[in-house]
Design a binder for this molecule. Structure first.
Ligand SMILES: [Zn+2]
Length: 75
């Protein structure tokens, strides 16, 4: 039982870290609380709120970027 809680806690931490990097730590924390290891997978697959696709080259770039680092177009 203790092992299970440790495992769940580790999954929770990983999910929150991933969620924070993607700009959505609270949703990630809620997911992790209920789904544990499954939330890690969802967090990995979910869209990054800090990043958008460049309209010119479709690469993922920072939302705040003014110039695309891949194709040098103004975004
Ligand atoms: Zn681009």
């Amino acid at each position: 039982m203790v092992d299970f809680l440790v495992f769940w806690g580790v999954c929770f931490l990983i999910t929150v870290v991933i969620g924070a990097k993607k700009g959505n730590p609270i949703a990630a924390a809620l997911l992790a609380l209920f789904l544990g290891p499954i939330a890690v997978i969802i967090a990995l697959l979910s869209g990054d709120k800090n990043r958008i696709a460049c309209p010119f080259c479709a690469e993922q770039i920072q939302k705040k970027a003014k110039v695309c680092p891949f194709c040098r177009n103004d975004v």
